[in-house]
Design a protein around this ligand. Sequence first.
Ligand code: AHG
Ligand code: MN
Ligand code: MN
Length: 277
Amino acid sequence: MTKDFIPLLQKCSLQIQDLLKTTPACYLNTTNTSGDAQLQIDVAADKIIEKELMGSKFIAGLCSEEKSEAIFKDTGSYLVAYDPLDGSSIIDSNLSVGSIFGIYEKEFKASALVASAYVVYGPKLEFVFADDKLTHFIYNTNGWEEKNLATLKTQGKINAPGGTQKNWDPKHKKLIESLFEEGYRLRYSGGMVPDLHQILIKGGGLFSYPATLDSPKGKLRKLFEVFPFAFIYEKAGGEAIDGKKRLLELEIQSLHESTPCFFGSKNEIEKVRKYYE
Ligand code: AHG
Ligand code: MN
Ligand code: MN
């Protein structure tokens, strides 16, 4: 049952929240498969999740941003792909960061995604889980309190454009400029979890991380960043595309593969299609 993941992932999030309070943001001499320098805290958060998930009888395997290969065991049928700490480059400036989880049935591929979740480590600890339904929890003195998460309006006011602007394609530049000309406001922290969470909470807008000259396949990774959020955005009544195609219809060639991605409310995604066609 996918609902069994809720207490399990919440347990991980409480441990990682403690870790964030006590661990300095210092780099190790190692890089992950994507070539990002690893922080001590990236690896420690990865270990916390690995320990909890590998102890669960309904999980058959894991893949993580911080592990080059997937790991498997003999029980269960769910596979979890996760980003233990998203936004590790903004930890030192004390901005909100997150964890992201994609829960797959038997295979690591978009069509096998059955549930997904993210955690926001901010002034408050928040947890959003989606399977057939979307649930939002906030941790307070009485424990996890379930909240209503309204669906996205057909149009919002926020524009969260990722990637180095110098390296944007001219059509992407035009799209972003046209949103600002229409009155959209810039809201971008550099962490996809708080940036996407803000659009959900405020009811709409656009988050983009396009193909750029330096990253022609975008930066964000399909299995543990893009697909989980695409699933959540669709459940919230929004859409998620790579410029043309629905993200959840993309194939997967390797565990750490990235893709350009756009998440938002209906009207904004329609606009992306128009500029990218
Ligand atoms: P991670 O910290 O897991 O490597 O991911 C960070 C991601 C994402 O949160 C954010 O949207 C994006 O990287 C920002 O990257 P740049 O600042 O390099 O554009
Ligand atoms: Mn990340
Ligand atoms: Mn990460």
